[in-house]
Design a protein around this ligand. Structure first.
Ligand code: SME
Length: 165
């Protein structure tokens, strides 16, 4: 059994993400399966991060141009998102992280859960190929800042490293 130690409440986000990264490393130890690690990573993020209403993955099947929902925590979500649509599809098209402080101000935002007010989407890029995205939603506008972006990008890098082997 994997025993997650609750991370002590802290306002220091870099410290918080360093601890989360260590927990993720233990969670992935010896496991390279993309779905298994995405499932456990979604569970860990949803459990450890305050003010989230959705945390999970969309995967881009090889040779396709539509994202398909993968492992997640939160309410049932839209299954398919074309590249270039919504925040997730835009992150894939631009091949970069998108931080949305107010989803109502993002043209084309796809509302899977009406509670979502802000969103952070990090593309999964391995060997130059986009494999999908990690999507985090919050019921609080402005929930994510540059420290969250840096922290989550580091965790995504850890996830991508876990696939090797
Ligand atoms: N809001 C996303 C859709 C996915 S859900 O938030 C889980 C988007 O605009 O791409």
């Amino acid at each position: 059994m994997f025993d997650t130690t609750p991370i002590a409440p802290t306002d220091n986000k870099p410290v918080f993400y360093r601890e989360l990264d260590q927990q993720l490393a233990s969670l992935f130890e010896g496991e390279h399966d993309a779905v298994a690690n995405a499932a456990n990573m979604s569970a860990l993020l949803f459990m450890a991060m305050p003010e989230l209403n959705w945390a999970g993955f969309y995967f881009l099947p090889e040779g396709k141009d539509v994202l398909v929902v993968g492992p997640f925590q939160g309410k049932p979500a839209c299954v398919r998102i074309p590249i270039g649509k919504g925040v997730c599809g835009t992150a894939v098209a631009r091949r970069e992280t998108i931080l949305v402080a107010d989803v109502h101000a993002f043209p084309g935002h796809i509302a899977c859960d009406a509670a979502s007010q802000s969103e952070l989407v990090v593309p999964l890029i391995r060997d130059g190929k986009v494999l999908g995205v990690l999507d985090l939603d919050s019921p609080r506008a402005g929930r994510f800042d540059a420290d969250d972006q840096a922290g989550i990008e580091r965790l995504v890098a850890r996830y991508l490293d876990s696939l090797a082997g």
